[in-house]
Design a protein around this ligand. Structure first.
Ligand SMILES: [Fe+2]
Ligand SMILES: [Fe+2]
Length: 181
């Protein structure tokens, strides 16, 4: 007989948003990787609003470059440093998900926006990335486990930032040269 005047109120607690703000500041490595996630997710949303093929192609190129650079810095710096700090299975799955995303990106890059399934592939890539981001950011996920580990995630953040700048210049420059032809 727990029913009281308060129970109806208490039965529907406000759903806490835990990913964006937990009250505690994230270390730099996590902050910057999360920022990359938000940016690319916004671009996938933006893509859905586009009708013109030229705009779709330009935005997809931006998405592809961002994803290539992001997965690369995670694979070069973040994931190897976290081996031993986070669950092996979780880390293995993250690498496999990156590979899946890269294959899909390569397929889309070989197509034109007017082609059959182009939009569908971009949409599926977006959903795939959303899933992967969740695995990284959710409570108990990769980032949460990394934060509990011994790695200095502030110093790592600096390394991630520097490498990201390098790769953006390298790969972004190459993409521009290609699109000029
Ligand atoms: Fe990530
Ligand atoms: Fe990742």
């Amino acid at each position: 007989m727990a029913a009281t005047g308060h129970s109806a109120h208490a039965s529907k607690p406000a759903k806490a948003r835990r990913t964006r703000r937990t009250g505690r500041r994230d270390p730099l490595a996590v902050t910057m990787l999360k920022k990359d996630h938000r940016e690319v997710q916004d671009w996938f949303d933006e893509y859905e609003q586009l009708d013109k093929e030229g705009e779709k192609l330009a935005l997809f190129r931006k998405i592809a470059l961002a994803l290539k650079v992001h997965t690369r810095i995670e694979e070069e710096i973040f994931y190897p440093a976290e081996r031993g700090e986070v669950e092996d299975d979780m880390l293995d799955e993250a690498y496999v998900e990156h590979d899946g995303a890269k294959k899909l990106i390569a397929e889309i890059e070989a197509m034109q926006p007017g082609d059959e399934f182009y939009d569908a592939k971009v949409k599926v890539l977006g959903e795939y990335i959303k899933h992967h981001v969740k695995e990284e950011e959710q409570p108990g996920g990769l980032f949460a486990q990394a934060k509990k580990g011994d790695e200095d995630l502030e110093a790592m953040g600096e390394r991630l930032k520097a490498r990201k700048e390098e790769l953006m210049a390298e790969m972004g420059g190459a993409a521009k040269a290609k699109s000029a032809h």
